[in-house]
Design a protein. Sequence first.
Length: 193
Amino acid sequence: MSDTLSQTQRSYNMSRICGKNTKPEILVRKGLHARGFRFRLHNKKLPGSPDIVLPKYGVAIMVNGCFWHGHKGCRYATKPKTNIEFWETKIARNRHRDEVTTAHLEALGWTVITVWECELRGKLESNARLDKLADEIRFIGESKIQQDARRLCSKTELKKMKQEILRRQAQLEAEIDLLFPIPTRIKKASLEE
Ligand SMILES: [Zn+2]
């Protein structure tokens, strides 16, 4: 009985970590704000509704939890010892979604920066990462001004491409279900996630 309870509790905790407005995400937002950047959150009109979007700079930022997004070679991405099949499926789905979403965003002219949870551990590391992030954003923003000038002449073409990519993004979710089906045995248990 108590085992079931702790499992439910852990599943709840995990889903919190996986969701929006996570602690690392808030750290990045605060850090960017303090460095003078203004941004939009979870823009649903863009593939994968990126966590943080800076339209002026053409930058989309994903703040990824190391466990959930399977950060390669990261010591914080260790998998739990129970329900392995379930966690591996979930992580595989997230990784696939991250890859395809990034490709879609890039095709739309966005530059995607991923900030990993482990890069924000400790005040010194966190500040260093945020300084670097600010530099990256400014650098990308410079080249965006040149890109925009080129794009102005093909606005209708860009609109068409945008619609096509959003359509494909919708297909991706169905594709993920096919590629990495969640075993039905545990699908029920995680319905609330
Ligand atoms: Zn990591």
